[in-house]
Ligand binder design. Structure first.
Ligand SMILES: *[C@@H]1O[C@H](CO)[C@@H](O)[C@H](O)[C@H]1NC(C)=O
Ligand SMILES: *[C@@H]1O[C@H](CO)[C@@H](O)[C@H](O)[C@H]1NC(C)=O
Length: 579
């Protein structure tokens, strides 16, 4: 990064910035007026002469209309609260936050795929320790806020606002981490539960997924309490404890509890862990996750007669299964960019604001009217061109399939009676699990016909000599897409305006898409406005998250500090919003 938009703006108190911004804005307003009249005049006077020139303007405007960047939003002046931003930038806070995050990492709150019942399986009990740690670390919160334990270890904090007509702001994170495989412990630079601090990063399992967000949101509330903030809008903190292994015990139960209290669409906005900033096409983007791909695991079993290997059939169940897998992999799902796909808006943002946005993509983008016109049989040229940027981009617009687990055969002198494969899929926006299941049913049907086997596709039955398709767990459909029109007064505008207030107007806030899933999968009914967002960023420090789920996980402390500044501003801005 050559330009560092944050350098100049961060040390300023929000109020000072607000003043500057107001001046800038009014100056811009005058310029804009002059500019508009110039355009009107020139168009009027020079008519067709100017036509070509204006054509270009229209393109840029067209893209900008698809990616409106709200002005920076600052809360109204309040000396005590404005001082917080300076304090968060101080050494005192830095030292304290390092200690808090390090302490959180040192509690081994691991969740495992095979956990038993809460209260019976002792591996859950570490969450008592984690809660004790939070109680000790944030005494004021535990004194002033309502704390509810949901399903033993789920934590819901409520800071009640004075105005019941305003829907709550809900901040989320999870208490659990993925395990550390014992054979990898030696490969860590610092031991995985040390919470070591090297002057720049706090290291350890969970440091960036996502105890940073959990501690950061609690720090935000603690600071606001200390500064005597009096919310109009209720603030909720919701922390699950099994996000890394489905969220069924934590998020699912917390969501039910919150739903009982506030009902459908009863929450104004949700911010959960998620994506962060990224430089694309020469521009610094913040990309809150506003969509999530769906998910389905399909298991296919071939059952065929056994017998002695000395008199085999031409094809055993393993051979037949292999043939089916070959057909599955011979063709991929189509590359397709739905109008609703957040990546579509991201492309418009790039075209509108990024100097290095590829010309060819821009051309295709300007020709495109609606994905509804790209009929299913025809290739989606825009998506196909965009996919050339690499597999990480391609799979934002394509259902993925990965043949991940296979088994079959028991003994080398016995014909295998069963062979089984499990295929993982992440479902593209605009498609459903049915698209995947239908395709596999068709391919399995051909194989069943060819080898005279009975097909049981998702019907819960099986018999000898058959091809059986089942889901190994319930499919998760594509998440509802969060509205992200920056010109409309709503949560996206507040989120983007807060981000640009903190990091400068040079940054672009664009919707992003998650290829994984967070605990928000259980929260869809509570609000349409879900953002999976880690708002931390520090110039020159690279991404704040390091090595999630693997050796040497760590979090950048300066980014974490800035994320706390962001949360404080965001909560205050939401508090002043009228929707
Ligand atoms: C922060 O910690 C460093 C290193 O331990 C120490 O040198 C410094 O004095 C501390 N600063 C404050 C303000 O506590
Ligand atoms: C196909 O299987 C059925 C019963 O499983 C059997 O009756 C029939 O003879 C088989 N047909 C062929 C062509 O093998």
């Amino acid at each position: 990064m050559e330009k560092s938009p944050i350098d100049a703006s961060l040390p300023l108190a929000a109020s000072q910035q607000a003043k500057q911004s107001r001046v800038r804005r009014s100056a811009l307003g005058v310029l804009a007026l002059i500019g508009t009249s110039y355009l009107l005049l020139s168009h009027g006077i020079f008519g067709t002469l100017r036509h070509r020139h204006l054509g270009h303007w229209h393109h840029r405007d067209h893209f900008k209309a698809g990616c409106v960047q709200p002005d920076p939003i600052f809360p109204s002046k309040n000396d005590d609260l404005d001082k917080l931003q300076d304090f968060i930038g101080s050494d005192t806070f830095r030292n304290a936050t390092v200690a808090r995050m390090s302490g959180a990492v040192q509690v081994k709150s691991v969740s495992f795929d095979d956990l038993g019942v809460i209260g019976e399986d002792p591996r859950w009990d570490v969450f008592y320790d984690f809660y004790a740690y939070l109680e000790n670390t944030f005494p004021l919160i535990h004194e002033k806020l309502q704390v509810e334990k949901v399903n033993t270890h789920g934590l819901l904090y409520t800071w009640k606002g004075s105005d019941d007509s305003l829907k709550p702001t809900l901040l989320m994170a999870h208490q659990d981490t993925v395990p550390v495989p014992p054979e990898t412990i030696g490969a860590w630079t610092y031991p995985p539960w040390s919470g070591a601090y090297d002057g720049k990063y706090v290291w350890g399992r969970g440091s960036s997924d996502c105890k940073n967000q959990l501690i950061g949101t609690l720090e935000t509330i603690q600071l606001l309490l200390e500064a005597k903030f009096e919310p109009r809008r209720t603030i909720l903190l919701s922390y699950g404890f099994d996000e890394e292994c489905s969220g069924k015990q934590g998020a699912a139960k917390l969501s039910e509890h919150i739903h009982n209290r506030y009902g459908d669409d009863g929450i104004a906005v949700i911010v959960d862990e998620g994506s962060s900033s990224e430089e694309s096409w020469g521009t610094l983007f913040f990309k809150p996750g506003t969509g999530e791909k769906g998910y389905t695991d399909v298991k296919i079993t071939i059952r065929m007669p056994g017998g002695h290997s000395s008199i085999p059939s031409d094809h055993t169940s393993i051979g037949v299964l292999s043939e089916l897998i070959t057909h599955v992999e011979a063709e991929q799902y189509r590359i397709y960019l739905d109008d609703e796909n957040p990546y579509y808006q991201q492309l418009q943002c790039g075209a509108a604001y990024s100097p290095e946005f590829p010309k060819k993509l821009k051309k295709l983008l300007s020709r495109r009217r609606s994905s509804k016109n790209t009929c299913k049989a025809k290739p989606d040229h825009l998506a196909i061109e965009a996919a050339k940027q690499g597999p990480e981009v391609k799979y934002l617009m394509q259902t993925s399939q990965a043949v991940d687990v296979i088994s079959g055969g028991i003994k080398v002198n016995a014909l295998p009676e069963r062979a089984t494969v499990t295929i993982n899929h992440r479902i593209n926006i605009g498609e459903t699990s049915k698209v995947v299941h239908d395709r596999l049913t068709k391919l399995a049907g051909h194989i069943a016909d060819k080898y005279n086997l009975t097909l049981h596709a998702f019907d819960g039955k099986e018999e000898p000599s058959s091809v059986i398709l089942t889901e190994t767990r319930d499919a998760l459909e594509v998440a509802p897409v969060t509205p992200t029109d920056g010109s409309v007064d709503g949560p996206f505008k507040v989120l983007a305006g807060t981000t640009r207030a903190l990091y400068g107007e040079e940054v672009v806030v664009s919707p992003g898409i998650m290829t994984g899933n967070t605990d928000t999968r259980y929260y869809w009914s509570l609000t349409r406005h879900i953002f999976r967002f880690g708002p931390g960023y520090a110039p020159g420090e690279g991404s704040w998250m390091g090595n999630i789920h693997t050796v040497d996980e760590r979090v950048n402390v300066q980014s974490h500090i800035n994320s706390v500044k962001w949360f404080v501003l965001f909560v205050r801005n939401m508090d002043e919003a009228e929707f």
